[in-house]
Design a protein around this ligand. Structure first.
Ligand SMILES: NC(=O)c1ccc[n+]([C@@H]2O[C@H](COP(=O)([O-])OP(=O)(O)OC[C@H]3O[C@@H](n4cnc5c(N)ncnc54)[C@H](O)[C@@H]3O)[C@@H](O)[C@H]2O)c1
Length: 327
């Protein structure tokens, strides 16, 4: 299939692009490199472009005879979105509308969208199904929820076929250590923890110790980026014009912040000191996926089920690339 990956030079996008290429798909990456990395994708498939640019988007969709789009491009930092909702609403919501319009005008009928578990209402026990109540709390989460709605409306009105994937916590790196997580600023737990053994920070801050969990810290579901990539490859193949699907992607296992720190200590073989800090606005007690639907309908079966194995891939990447990609 001829596929356009917006934001394909980012963390999840570039892992997915590698999987798609290995399965024989013809991929074009469309990324403005505001957060992504040139070195994370083959140079010959990268178009440097902004999804705000309707003309360039339409030209790219037409010239490359694109059959399906995977839409990763977004700003993703929850905290930043509460300080600057304007740039989140512009880049995530308004620019996604520009993409949807460009697809409609050029007759591209298949879309796979990167959404997030942050759209769900808080829970204190159990796990989240795709039908669990929604209550996007931050401007970031709301922007993703709004895009989901726009996609559904485009599907109803114009016959767009879509699949929405709601990721839980993406983590880990290419097991060969060549590609990995390099957000700037980094806001994700595992890379921040690993900055301690790298000598880049003194300790890891733990936001809140009084949540209603066994050790008082928040619980998340950590899914390896290659398993996420595999879900995209399966999902894109199953989209038909007019079809509509939504899936959670997570392992179904919850780990508290303190458990992640302990697992990282075992992987790196040293103590990683932590410091408790006040709760952060927007953090919820527990985000754990029930991903049975994805397993059943797309035969998705995550390879990484042990958190230590996931952290080991991340550690290998960060140890060999302490400053991330060279670009
Ligand atoms: N990383 C996670 O744990 C996680 C969890 C849930 C959902 N998601 C979603 O997955 C997607 C990818 O996340 P990621 O971690 O790979 O982030 P990332 O920042 O590494 O990748 C996003 C990419 O989009 C590009 N981009 C941003 N605005 C653009 C624009 N206007 N035009 C063109 N390119 C643009 C950036 O340069 C970057 O390469 C995002 O949509 C995010 O909301 C990520």
């Amino acid at each position: 299939m001829r596929i356009l990956a917006t934001g394909g030079a980012g963390y999840v996008g570039s892992a997915t692009v590698r999987s798609l290429i290995s399965q024989g798909h013809q991929v074009t990456v469309y990324d403005n490199l505001s957060k992504g990395h040139r070195a994370s994708v083959p140079a010959e498939i990268l178009i440097t472009g902004d999804i705000a640019d309707a003309d360039q988007l339409q030209q790219t969709l037409t010239e490359h005879q694109i059959e399906a789009v995977i839409h990763f491009a977004a700003f993703i930092a929850v905290g930043e979105s509460t300080e600057h909702p304007n740039i989140y609403y512009q880049n995530n919501i308004a620019n996604s509308l520009t993409l949807l319009e460009a697809m409609r005008r050029t007759g591209v009928q298949k879309l796979l969208f990167s959404s997030t578990a942050a759209v769900y209402a808080p829970i204190e026990t159990g796990s989240l199904t795709e039908d669990s109540p929604k209550a996007p709390d931050s401007p970031y989460a709301f922007s993703k929820f709004a895009i989901e709605r726009m996609i559904q409306d485009f599907s109803q009105a114009y016959g767009l076929g879509y699949t929405i994937l709601r990721y839980f916590n993406a983590c880990g790196a290419d097991p060969q250590g060549r590609f990995g997580e390099n957000h700037n600023p980094e806001t994700h737990l595992i890379p921040l923890i690993l900055q301690v053994p790298l000598g880049q920070r003194q300790n890891i801050g733990v936001f809140g110790q009084d949540y209603n969990t066994p050790d008082g810290t928040c619980i998340r579901d950590y899914v390896h980026v290659d398993d996420l990539a595999d879900a995209h490859v399966r999902a894109i193949m199953a989209i038909e014009p007019g079809s509509s699907h939504t899936y959670n992607i997570g392992t179904g296992q919850g780990h508290s912040v303190l458990e992640v720190i302990q697992a990282a200590e075992q992987v790196v073989g040293q103590k990683i000191p932590h410091q408790f800090l006040p709760r952060r606005p927007g953090d919820t007690t527990r985000l754990v996926a029930q991903a049975q639907k994805l397993r059943k309908e797309l035969a998705w079966n995550p390879k990484y089920t042990d958190l230590k194995d996931i952290i080991a891939t991340a550690w290998q990447w960060h140890k060999n690339h302490p400053n991330g990609y060279d670009d």
